[in-house]
Design a protein around this ligand. Sequence first.
Ligand SMILES: C[S@@+](CC[C@H](N)C(=O)[O-])C[C@H]1O[C@@H](n2cnc3c(N)ncnc32)[C@H](O)[C@@H]1O
Length: 297
Amino acid sequence: MSALAHTSFGADWLELREPLDLAARDPGLLARFGSCVEDGVVQECGAGHGALLRAVAPALRGRVHWHAYDHDTALLAELSPRFTRWGERQGDWRPLATDEDGEPAGSATGRWQGRRAQLAAQTHVVDLAQGLPMLEASAIACSAWLDLVSADWLTALGRQLATAQVHTLYLSMTINGEIRFTPASGEDELLVSAYLRHMEQDKGFGPALGPAAQPRLTQWLDEGGYALDWARSDWRLDCAHAAATRHWLRGLATAAVAHSPMLREVAEAWLHRRRAELAGGWLQVEIGHFDLLATRN
Ligand SMILES: C[S@@+](CC[C@H](N)C(=O)[O-])C[C@H]1O[C@@H](n2cnc3c(N)ncnc32)[C@H](O)[C@@H]1O
């Protein structure tokens, strides 16, 4: 079977990427986001099974209500049990019975008591291509999401934000298009360029921002009156993350071929070589990402 035959970006991929994201996130911005949402209501776009909630949980304070939006029912159904298992491993969080914290029973998918915060999480199966249903939220957050949406989707969200009380946006783990292999090879540029073009294809929101997300965001948030704090959150893939690196390499090759079918042979040979280098312990890949904290009064 061709090495490019099967690529999945489902729950298995989200699990593989979670430790990479955790290591890459800018700790200062993550901590500030945690303080910004003290006693607040957060809406998270494309929440998957809750990796961002687990990442920020140690920085939460007060009573926080977290609304997780995704169109994947199975991923969202995992959010609460995963948080409970994670919280038990941390030793910091215990699940609360339905109305133990004074909230009406049935209004949340899960509730937990931490050392410094009480958390209620609610999941919403929603196709966000139709827009984000606005609640009275103090913050909007996302992780590995913004490069999927289109400029038009951002503009529509901007219109909603103009009349909303959202004072914090934490937009994290967005790719910036920079990919560097060590050792470099002659085919990298060709394949990476096809991969990035593939990223710009419509993911259901219109043409995806892909690596153009950063300049678009700057303009969009400046106009919305937000103060912006940027930080790099690059992934560093190598043999210490062999499964994730293999998966990502295959994803790159598959996407490059999907965009330019004439690259199939080049991509297969390249993938074979890169996997051998990874197994030998001498491949490193840096994948540029950024985190952004945007705030306004
Ligand atoms: C790259 S994953 C990131 C998931 C999660 N934030 C994480 O870091 O593990 C993108 C997420 O966006 C969700 N998604 C994609 N298109 C969507 C849409 N139209 N409406 C709602 N969710 C969507 C996917 O189901 C997936 O969970």
